[in-house]
Ligand binder design. Structure first.
Ligand SMILES: [Zn+2]
Length: 269
């Protein structure tokens, strides 16, 4: 076996660099994918923010644009409503289901979700809303389509509920039937100072990683909080996407530098 083949196999097994296309949400879909390709990325997380809400049948347009781009879509970030009142449940369900339809059209088997409940929703109503959104609607629909759901840890700045182990455990105790994965957002866990706690609790069930420094700024160098995080993930056997999720004002040059940094770093994993 040639060295090239061995390296290619190792890369295929390791963590995969991906880019959230949410940061190009002001571009048309074709322009969005073109920007991703121009930067040299092969993998994307499709963020539903990239779609202007028009019509359910738009999923076919998304499907064609992705096929034309030749990009690999590794995951999809659901459209989300953090409900503040049970009257909004139907809308959160719609967002979740149209996102699942889009994931199916794009051939994606992993969808990142938030808890879909606002941190302002009274505790007495959280369980009811979580059940109505997930257990009654989104989870069975995801099962039917063969799409795995992955719950993201949020930041204290988010309007949603689920920023630390205690809150995520409350959510999971209602919605998890044993199949729910975790989307580990490093930016959020650095902001809430929960990185170690979250890793210890969920390291073995991470299915997707959102990668950025605080405030969704890019990492400019391999700082210890970054390399330690990647090493620990590696030790837990993680070999899924490392999805760069960067602020809207990140320039193309800065994204390219970030890609170079991670191309280099991920060779070790
Ligand atoms: Zn995220």
């Amino acid at each position: 076996m040639s060295l090239f083949t061995v390296n290619a196999m190792r890369q295929a097994k390791g963590m995969k660099l991906s880019l959230s296309n949410g940061l190009f949400s002001n571009l048309s879909l074709n322009g969005n994918f073109a920007a991703v390709k121009q930067l040299g990325f092969r993998n994307i997380e499709f963020n539903m923010k990239a779609i202007r809400k028009e019509h359910d049948r738009d999923v076919y347009r998304e499907q064609k644009a992705l096929a034309d781009s030749g990009l690999n879509c590794l995951s999809l970030h659901s459209a989300i409503l953090h409900v503040k009142d049970p009257i909004e449940v139907h809308q959160a369900v719609y967002y979740g289901k149209i996102s699942l339809e889009c994931a199916r059209a794009l051939g994606v088997s992993l969808m990142t979700v938030h808890s879909n409940v606002s941190k302002k929703l009274p505790r007495s109503l959280r369980e009811r809303c979580l059940k109505e959104i997930f257990n009654d609607e989104i989870t069975p629909f995801a099962k039917k389509l063969g799409i795995k759901l992955s719950l993201e840890n949020l930041s204290y700045m988010s309007t949603g509920f689920g920023k630390n182990v205690e809150q995520l455990e409350e959510v999971l105790s209602v919605i998890d039937d044993g199949t729910m994965g975790i989307t580990f957002d490093l930016c959020h866990s650095l902001e809430t100072k929960e990185t170690d706690n979250l890793l210890e609790k969920y390291g073995r069930r991470v299915y997707n990683v959102h990668m950025a420094n605080k405030a969704h700024k890019r990492f400019t160098e391999p700082k210890p909080e970054l390399t330690n995080f990647l090493s620990k993930l590696h030790d837990y056997g993680y070999n899924g996407p490392i999805t760069l999720e960067l602020a809207h004002d990140t320039s193309m040059e800065e994204i390219a530098k970030s890609k170079a940094l991670f191309d280099n770093l991920l060779r070790q994993f």
